[in-house]
Design a protein around this ligand. Structure first.
Ligand code: GLC
Length: 540
């Protein structure tokens, strides 16, 4: 299927930005970000050139997992604002010709959700089967060996009704039973509620978890388990996740979305590439963008990254649109994984590969993971496995807007520490600094938004070795681009293998190289990357 240029949709051509609402902008001094705060910052997002914002959950929640434990799917938690604030947010985003993507958490609710309160009230409650209840095994043991992502067994005993219920995450996050048609309909109604309010898409939380083995068989041991890993990884979750029936649910969600105009969904899926791509569906009837987390877990080495990109490009179905992610609220930030200098190279990679990039708030100013003293840790993953350095708080700290006491984030006391570098590294200071990472992000987005080759041109690998990765982006009839990235800290040469190329360097990790001619061979400093606009004869 060859797409014509005009066929490309907003979620294919534009850049997505993830907002973790607790940490983006506080408007009322309680130290926690909120929806009116996001509205105040929309002009910044527009200035950056973004097309869409995905906002992590802001629904009513006991906040055991900071909003991923929802007690009401169709309202706004008062910490974050009101439904009126939300409607205003949608209006203001749309006025700026941008889109809004909400987080949909269909796998589990809070244990305080009225559905669960009913379900656990008695064995014969009509909602009993909305969750996964099981009798105890021998000696009151859990029904099987499944483990919870946040530590311990995945089964919680309920004294009142003498059964266990299943929770893939915290015990305060019971899993819904997606085999029950009423559950499906209830969740599809949630989707309709937000779509009718003008939402443009969903990021579907833990999509690959949504349905479990009917027989609830034991998961086998993971022979590659090492002591530093989360306890969950002791087993291979082959029966508790990624079941064939999940695709039926995804198809149903997709057809609901397709009954509206121009809507989309992203699936949060941590699976190897060949399994991941099955979530596109059989005939373009799956999720539009199964999140590709390859760059989150990759060893930062040019040849292995180049190989992974090829594997991904090679595995995509004809109708499968690629996408790329460098960081999110569950993982260490890119800056803390590869270093501040290399994170500039990573920015070029993210924004010049073929497919939709998602930027995690703050990455564009090089925010790094912030050390949080143990006494101040909020994240249950960090609290439950204290010896494993798994807390996600360091990557969730407040956005650094300016050099004031609390970085322009709040007038009160921030819910989580702000990086001590915030007086130097912030949006205000970087906006005017030619050498800042923010400038690189903004220029890259600008370039992508205006050049068809970067927006939807082919990806053509040119060369890779232990240090350098180089590729061309090309869309017939338009200028082509050569991207050369030094993924190491040492200087490196690059010379195209097959044929000589020439052009002009139009963007670099530092501005000094820009405007210089490029001819065939180039010598890059460590942590340097360039984008070359190739001369016209490379167009065909
Ligand atoms: C997803 C979210 C994560 C959350 C988990 C349970 O992985 O990204 O933050 O803890 O689901 O809902």
């Amino acid at each position: 299927m060859v797409q014509q240029k005009q066929d490309y949709l907003w979620w294919q051509t534009g850049v997505i930005y993830q907002i973790y609402p607790r940490s983006f902008q506080d408007s009322n001094g309680d130290g926690i970000g909120d929806i009116p705060g996001i509205i105040q910052r929309l002009d910044y997002l527009k200035w950056l050139g973004l097309k869409a914002v995905w906002i992590s959950p802001f629904y009513p929640s006991p906040m055991k997992d900071f909003g991923y434990d929802i007690s009401d799917y169709t309202a706004i938690d008062s910490i974050f604002g009101t439904l009126e604030d939300f409607d205003q947010l949608v209006r203001e985003i749309h006025q700026r010709n941008m889109k809004i993507i909400l987080d949909l958490v269909p796998n589990h609710t809070s244990d305080q959700h009225p559905w669960f309160l009913e379900s656990r009230s008695s064995r014969d409650n009509p909602k009993r089967d909305w969750y996964i209840w099981q009798d105890a095994g021998e000696d009151n043991a859990p029904p099987n060996n499944w483990l919870a992502m946040f530590g311990g067994t995945a089964w919680e005993w309920d004294e009142a009704t003498n059964q266990y219920y299943y929770h893939a995450f915290l015990k305060e996050q019971p899993d819904l039973n997606w085999r029950n048609p009423e559950v499906r309909e209830a969740m599809y109604n949630v989707m309709r509620f937000w779509l009718d309010r003008g939402v443009d898409g969903f990021r579907v939380d833990v999509m690959w978890h949504m349905i479990k083995d009917k027989l609830l068989r034991d998961n086998p041991p993971n022979d590659e388990y090492l002591p530093h890993m989360a306890t969950y990884e002791q087993l291979l979750p082959v029966y508790s996740t990624d079941q064939p029936e999940v695709h039926e649910i995804v198809r149903e969600m997709r057809s609901l979305l397709d009954s509206y105009e121009d809507r989309m969904m992203i699936g949060e899926i941590y699976l190897p590439i060949h399994k991941l791509v099955s979530y596109y569906g059989n005939d373009n009837d799956g999720t539009h963008l199964p999140f590709n987390f390859m760059l989150l877990s990759a060893t930062w080495d040019a040849s292995s990254i180049a190989r992974s990109i090829d594997e991904y490009e090679g595995a995509l179905p004809m109708y499968g649109w690629p996408n790329w992610v460098l960081s999110n609220h569950d993982q260490p930030r890119i800056t803390s994984r590869v270093g501040i200098q290399q994170s500039r190279v990573a920015a070029i990679l993210l924004l010049t590969l073929r497919g939709t990039p998602t930027i995690y708030y703050g990455d564009e100013i090089g925010m790094r993971d912030v050390p949080i003293p143990f006494a101040e840790v909020h994240d249950p993953q960090g609290l439950n496995m204290p010896d494993k350095n798994l807390s996600r708080d360091p990557a969730r700290t407040p956005m650094q807007w300016d050099n004031s006491k609390y970085a322009g984030f709040t007038s009160g006391k921030p819910w989580l520490r702000i990086d001590k570098s915030s007086h130097r590294e912030n949006v205000e200071s970087q906006k005017t600094n030619e050498y800042s990472i923010l400038r690189i992000y903004r220029r890259l987005i600008e370039l992508r938004n205006s050049e068809p080759s970067l927006m939807y041109g082919n990806y053509i690998p040119v060369a890779s070795d232990k240090q350098v990765i180089a590729y061309v982006r090309k869309y017939e009839g338009y200028p082509s681009f050569l991207v050369v990235l030094n993924l190491s800290h040492r200087p490196a040469y690059f010379k195209p293998v097959h044929k000589p190329m020439s052009g002009t360097i139009i963007l670099g990790t530092v501005p000094d190289l820009e405007g210089q001619p490029y001819q065939d061979m180039i010598n890059l400093s460590g942590d340097e990357g360039i984008v070359v606009k190739l001369d016209d004869h490379h167009r065909q």
